[in-house]
Design a protein around this ligand. Structure first.
Ligand code: 13P
Length: 202
């Protein structure tokens, strides 16, 4: 996320389910307020489904752990969550407009429009719930006046979803420079076909 410019050194966070042990009861989460360029593997924090570290950890888990937990609780299919602050996604989140189906790969990867959540204060359970309300059964959402969240069946897919969200937001914002109706959505039959492809690949 950091190398791709999707976050600043101290912003965003990511997590995955630790399923190797045969259960879904532990998560690996990035530590709070620690720059990515200095992050080492043993500084990642293992937490339970209440967000509490399971062993004495050198760092505290991300302040957005509630956001990650809410998504894992509501979406058993999700194995990894990434929260980014990329620039164009944040612009769309500030404008407060859902990104409509614009480009074919969007539907097949994200499963529909990218909706903007209602604003909630960072780190709160309210933010977690508003984020899930915007995410639904799709793979990405924008967090109002904040950033983006992407999910996937593994950490690499969640990263690619966030990368795609940023590119789509950039296309959306640039297209809107040509007028409010210039970001014209895909034809309805293409949307229907691609949504079916998304469902078939789940
Ligand atoms: P953390 O460093 O606590 O993960 O918070 C960063 C952030 O982006 C909060 O939204």
């Amino acid at each position: 996320m950091y190398r791709r410019g999707l976050v600043g050194a101290y912003s965003g966070n990511t997590s995955l389910r630790l399923t190797d042990a045969g259960d879904d009861s532990l998560l690996l989460v990035t530590p709070t307020h620690h720059p990515y360029y200095r992050l080492k593997a043993d500084e990642l924090v293992v937490v339970n489904l209440e967000g509490e570290p399971v062993e004495p950890a050198p760092m505290r888990p991300s302040s957005e752990t509630r956001l990650h937990l809410e998504i894992y609780r509501r979406r058993p299919d999700v194995q990894a969550v990434a929260h980014t602050h990329s620039i164009h996604a944040s612009v769309a989140a500030v404008i407060g407009l859902d990104i409509p189906p614009l480009i074919d790969e969007m539907l097949m990867t994200i499963g529909g429009p990218i909706k903007v959540s209602k604003y909630a204060f960072p780190g709160t359970q309210e933010l977690a719930e508003q984020a899930y309300a915007a995410l639904g059964d799709r793979n990405a959402a924008l967090l109002r006046n904040h950033g983006a969240v992407g999910v996937g069946p593994d950490i690499w897919e969640a990263l690619e979803v966030c990368d795609l969200v940023e590119r789509l937001a950039k296309i959306f914002v640039l297209a809107r420079n040509f007028g409010p109706r210039a970001a014209s959505p895909l034809p309805e039959d293409a949307v229907a076909t691609e949504m079916q492809m998304f469902q078939d690949n789940r």
